[in-house]
Design a protein around this ligand. Structure first.
Ligand code: PEP
Ligand code: CO
Length: 438
């Protein structure tokens, strides 16, 4: 279902009249404009039929008839746009899908933080470099993470590269969707899941994966951050309504969701399903106003609230929000992001998260929603398909504090590794929301 917008006041450029936070400064605006001109002519990555299909799937998930997993890197890197790495990401997501399908017995929608997750909002504009303060890294589409002054300048050509790498990633994913012969999947290079399953079958409940289902579509998503870039992919095609063709769904971050500002103005006009990150600091009335602005016709599946409150805050912050949503009769697809409210710094200086806190917040979220007559439609996770050591804990091969330095490769936030992500879903599903002892 398409959503109504006040087209008199909205235009793909109307965000330019509002304050836009987290936008990079470019030293050469003429160069930037040349890049925009090129990007306006390129082919999009997705079609409006697929976007509408995803919106329909979000609407089903909001009713408990489907479950959504949105997952991937905190920040993708250009250098990891390689077929073997993308294959591992695809297999990883397919294993999670098969596992959940067997356990929940409902269809699963997989949405990758993939093929365009190249821009990062930052809390501080500068950081300490080897010879003094330097601008902060803002994602590969803006600058380089190399710690030197020249690398940190915002470079417009990186927007073109972001498009090229995103397109290549999407093509790789699509080619893997054609692999429908189970034997080809079983000879995948990664045996992590097999080892993990053998362990769990021997030591606890059967993990519940009989076979890997044939691969399905992985929908594409990234944070809607760089508005000039997003504007280039905003086009009106067959049904004369504007869509963003750079991803099936975009999300609005915790730092850019103020209702009178540019990101909300931009997102209210496109037809894609969208997510909004919600912290424990958000006031219920502010969220209602945001929801009414972004989804004025209350279209089912259009708006997903991605709760990232923190395991210690969610019990106080979530109930008033659910009540306000019920009272305003707003259609919401509720998701939990148990990562971003549980970040801490380890004694050795690594940004990390504890596996147990991540599981705890996700379980609490599901329980609180159920107790207030609402449904958890999905989970939003930061995970890697490699053996990274970024989050502490886990069941099968736990990461200890002293392991953090071994394989910490995230460009930004700490991710669950492949085994920790299987452990997450195993544990998340093994206690019902009503019996979990918070
Ligand atoms: C993210 O999803 O990587 C992110 C920055 O989230 P948030 O806006 O919730 O902090
Ligand atoms: Co993050």
């Amino acid at each position: 279902m398409t959503q109504h917008i006040d087209t008199d006041s909205w235009h793909a450029t109307s965000w330019l009249t509002r304050p836009a936070s987290q936008q990079p400064h470019y030293a050469n605006p003429a160069h930037l404009n040349r890049v925009y001109q090129q990007l306006r002519k390129v082919t999009g990555l997705v079609s409006e039929n697929e976007i509408e299909k995803l919106k329909q799937e979000y609407a089903e998930a909001a009713k408990g008839k489907r479950f959504i997993v949105q997952a991937g890197d905190c920040a993708e890197s250009f250098s990891e746009c390689q077929l073997p790495i993308i294959q591992r990401k695809k297999w990883h997501l397919e294993w999670i899908r098969s596992f959940l399908m067997n356990r929940l017995n409902i269809p699963i929608t997989m949405v990758g933080r993939i093929a365009g997750q190249y821009g990062k909002p930052r809390s501080q504009p500068y950081e300490q470099g080897p010879y003094g303060m330097i601008p902060i890294y803002r994602g590969d589409m803006i600058n380089s993470n190399k710690k030197c002054l020249a690398s940190r300048a915002a470079d417009p050509d990186r927007l073109l590269q972001a498009y090229q790498y995103a397109t290549q990633t999407a093509h790789h994913l699509q080619s893997l969707e054609q692999v429908t012969t189970p034997s080809l999947w079983e000879t995948s290079p990664s045996t992590s899941f097999d080892r993990w399953q053998t362990y769990h079958t021997a030591h606890s409940n059967p993990a519940g994966l009989e076979h890997l289902h044939s691969p399905h579509r992985v929908y594409l998503s990234h944070e809607c951050l760089h508005l000039g870039y997003e504007q280039c992919f905003t086009r009106t095609h067959h049904n004369s309504l504007p869509y963003n063709y750079s991803a099936h769904t975009l999300w609005l971050g915790e730092r850019t969701r103020r209702v009178n500002e540019a990101h909300v103005e931009y997102l209210r006009g496109i037809q894609n399903p969208i997510g909004v990150k919600i912290s424990a600091q958000s006031q219920p009335q502010e969220v209602i106003q945001l929801a009414q602005t972004l989804n004025p016709k209350n279209t089912p599946g259009r708006l997903c609230l991605i709760l990232r409150m923190g395991k210690d805050q969610i019990a106080a912050a979530l109930p008033p929000l659910i009540e306000a949503v019920h009272q305003a009769k707003i259609s919401i697809c509720w998701m939990t992001d148990p990562m971003h409210g549980n970040t801490r710094t380890s004694p050795s200086g690594y940004k990390t998260r504890d596996f147990s806190n991540i599981v705890h917040e996700a379980q609490l979220c599901r329980r609180i929603l159920a107790e207030h007559d609402a449904i958890l439609a999905g989970v939003h996770l930061e995970l890697s398909s490699e053996k990274v050591s970024e989050c502490i804990g886990g069941l099968y091969e736990p990461i200890l504090q002293e392991h953090l330095h071994q394989h910490y490769t995230s460009l930004c936030d700490p991710r669950l590794n492949d085994l920790q992500s299987f452990d997450f879903f195993h544990q998340f599903l093994s206690s019902s929301p009503h019996t979990y002892d918070a």
